[in-house]
Ligand binder design. Structure first.
Ligand code: 4GX
Length: 245
């Protein structure tokens, strides 16, 4: 997958893609991350990319022309069409089904804003969709872009090793929170590992992990259960929790 990022700090975004699973995906040729800096397309000695908002008020707004030139250069770098995704708190909330859809695209094209945002005319003319990574305010879209790239990179075919498999992640597979995990030592002053995990009975272990995932989701994020993929045994277990048994 080819990823293009329009940002005043393209090195920051590329740096996030330089290690771990994403870095390995880049090394394996599964992903490329290309930065496009509007400042490189700005005119004049000062290479201005922002100006004061019409109507007054605090902060600065990113200007149309440097952004549009950077967007056009990025579009022209590859013949495949790319939908431009703007990261902002006003966007549709990012979730794992959306990540899967983004991961299936040939190209991912991200626009990062700084300051108060970008001129609305640029948004209307160039942006195809607006995404938010959560209900909080960042100082720029770069970290949000890095989040999207990370989540999308690990779903590229061959990015994960067997042990990291996305299919083993209950959130990715079924929309449930993960079960707890333990490693050596089995006995420690902070507590013992649950017996079932030491039993060698894999059917029992699977059942325990599934119930822990259901329990945690029910306790911490009950709204996720509405969209989760559940079978009859899951529903019976949840009914038991509801009834307090
Ligand atoms: N999920 N930010 C964008 C600039 C901005 C300001 C106003 C549009 C309107 C964010 C988030 C996020 C901070 C990125 C403000 N853009 N992005 N930036 N939450 O907080 O994606």
């Amino acid at each position: 997958m080819r990823v293009d990022v329009v940002s005043l700090f393209p090195d920051f975004v590329a740096g996030c893609a330089g290690f771990g699973v994403v870095g390995r995906a880049v090394e394996r040729g599964l992903l490329s991350v290309n930065g496009w800096n509007p400042r490189d397309y700005a005119e004049g000695n000062y290479r201005r990319v922002d100006d004061r908002p019409f109507g007054g008020g605090p902060g600065m707004v990113m200007m149309i022309d440097p952004l549009r030139a950077a967007i056009r250069a990025a579009r022209a770098a590859d013949p495949a069409p790319a939908r431009l995704v703007y990261l902002s708190p006003q966007g549709r909330p990012l979730d794992q089904p959306t990540v899967r859809e983004l991961a299936s695209r040939e190209r991912l094209f991200l626009l990062c804003g700084r300051y108060e945002g970008v001129d609305e005319r640029l948004v209307r003319a160039e942006v195809d969709e607006e995404l938010s990574i959560g209900d909080y305010v960042l100082s720029g879209g770069e970290l949000a872009a890095a989040v999207v790239i990370d989540a999308v990179a690990r779903l590229q075919e061959g990015a994960l090793n067997d042990a990291e498999s996305a299919a083993q992640d209950s959130f990715d597979a079924d929309g449930l929170l993960d079960c707890p995990h333990y490693t050596k030592p089995a006995s420690h002053e902070l507590g013992d590992v649950p017996d079932v995990l030491l039993s060698g009975n894999h059917a029992e272990i699977d059942r325990w992990r599934r119930q822990q995932a259901l329990l945690r989701t029910w306790q911490r994020r009950p709204e996720l259960l509405e969209k989760a993929t559940l079978d009859d045994a899951d529903r019976r277990f949840l009914a038991g929790l509801q009834a307090g048994v």
